[in-house]
Design a binder for this molecule. Structure first.
Ligand code: IFM
Length: 466
């Protein structure tokens, strides 16, 4: 690939604002890219099942083939290397390691063994995510995350992976975005397993966090050397639409259920009192048992933050009322009036800065890494497969500048991993939405770096050489 392009003044400013040693990387997840769903003993996860539910996923798409990363792994790693990225965050498929959710499958584990070796051979730091939404179907059949036992099963599975890879992998994330697993999966039914049961979703939150804590404690105890362990949350800034009490309360509720319900127990060892009260008003109790909160707040070394957009909230319905049909306070997001990505998400970089600064103040002493940030756009490839993705490139510029601004305001942010290396299976949106910095032609599986990939490569190189 060509030498770095000259930077604009905006690029130069953001490069200057990022500390020495800042990580530059890319992220993916197993079900979204691997394909090979039957290979070497793997069995179905809840996503294999959900994809078969008519209407659940756009166009009936599945992860059966995805990006064929399972067989194309060495060339994908070479691509990461060519893009000058120093870190690759990937997830492990639970049912490759434990088909049917039990035992141990060396043939499945061997894929990640090879992947780690390949990354290290190319000088790329491997970063393992243990759970990126692909629960073994049998564990869902036994009740899934709303059931306490799933937390213990997750810790057992985590130790199998940790035992196999911790001799070479320094950085570990337990869960990716537990809000999505719990709320999209169990409350709203938009993700696997497709349930719509709000109290069950709240139980799922607790058991996901408990699973994180149990796994963290066990990995910490078994760690052969200094290993960084953490969790990744998707979070955002919830802006109130006005200073009117219902709007302030709507923003408080959105922030409580979206961010503090996770951060407070993880960092402070307690659930937020206002959220407990809001849930109690709906007859929902978080199923905490003695010792759980000490486990959940086991110290972590790194907090992963995934950021895509922020929202403004009002406590008024369109007809002006402040309670909904069920008698609950209205919490309604309304437009900020920004440009939108292909996901229809508003582009709000200052929400990123505000989030990071706020976390650094309310939860001090916790190093953060941006473990995902990126955007889907309706890409148009030229005859050679190249995509001049101006919109995505501009998104990266504004969001990296937002990170630099947060650092300037005191946030301890150690790196930035773009989502995603490849166009891939975007869950309920199937292959329709493309987040990759590298285009995937799904007919040929050809990979073509987009303009945004070359841009990130150049920024990373200039930052390293500054
Ligand atoms: O594709 C997802 C990823 O799996 C988790 N974080 C958000 C991304 C974009 O929706």
């Amino acid at each position: 690939m060509t030498t770095p392009a000259p930077t604009t003044s905006a690029d130069a400013a953001l490069i200057a604002g990022l500390p020495t040693g800042f990580r530059w990387g890319v992220a993916t997840s197993a079900y979204q890219i691997e394909g090979a769903v039957d290979a070497d003993g793997r069995t179905p996860s809840i996503w294999d099942t959900f994809c078969r539910v008519p209407g659940a996923v756009h166009d009936g798409d599945t992860g059966d083939v995805a990006c064929e990363h399972y067989t194309r792994m060495p060339s994908d790693v070479a691509l990461i290397k060519d893009l000058g990225m120093d870190t690759y965050r990937f997830s492990v498929s639970w049912t490759r390691v434990q088909p049917n959710g039990r035992g141990f499958n060396p043939a499945g584990m061997a894929f990640y063994d090879r992947l780690v070796d390949e990354l290290l051979a190319q000088g790329i730091d491997p970063w393992v995510t243990l759970y990126h939404w692909d629960l073994p179907q049998e564990l869902e059949d036994a009740g899934g995350w709303p059931v306490r036992d799933t937390a213990y099963r997750f810790a057992d599975y985590s130790m199998l992976v940790f035992d196999a890879l911790s001799d070479r992998v320094d950085t570990w994330t337990t869960l990716n975005e537990p809000w999505c697993s719990a709320m999209l999966g169990y409350a709203y039914g938009a993700h696997a397993p497709g349930r719509q049961d709000y109290p069950a979703a709240v139980s799922a939150v607790h058991h996901l966090l408990l699973g994180h804590g149990l796994a963290t404690e066990r990995m910490r105890e078994a760690a052969p050397r200094k290993i960084d362990i953490g969790i990744t949350l998707n979070a955002a800034t919830a802006y109130p639409a006005s200073d009117a009490a219902p709007d302030l309360d709507a923003a408080r509720r959105a922030d409580g259920m979206g961010a503090r319900l996770y951060l407070d127990p993880l960092v402070h060892g307690r659930y937020p009192a206002d959220v407990i009260a809001d849930l109690a008003a709906q007859d929902i109790v978080i199923p905490v048992q003695d010792g759980d909160l000490a486990t959940i707040s086991a110290p972590i070394d790194v907090l992963g933050i995934n950021y895509y957009f922020s929202q403004k909230f009002t406590g008024y319905a369109e007809d002006g009322s402040t309670v909904d049909a069920a008698g609950l306070p209205v919490v309604r997001s309304i437009p900020l009036g920004r440009d939108r990505t292909a996901m229809d998400w508003e582009i709000v970089p200052e929400g990123f800065t505000d989030l990071l600064v706020r976390i650094s103040k309310d939860y001090p002493g916790l190093p953060m890494v941006i473990t995902e940030n990126g955007a889907a756009f309706d890409d148009v490839a030229d005859a050679s497969g190249f995509v001049a993705d101006e919109g995505r490139t501009a998104y990266f510029t504004s969001h990296l500048a937002a990170v630099a601004s947060a650092i300037e305001q005191g946030a301890d942010i150690r790196g930035y991993l773009a989502w995603s290396l490849l166009d891939n299976f975007e869950w309920a949106y199937g292959y329709e939405k493309r987040f990759g910095i590298v285009r995937v032609d799904y007919d040929t599986q050809e990979r073509t770096p987009k303009q945004s990939a070359l841009y990130l490569r150049d920024l990373a190189e200039q930052h390293r050489n500054r």
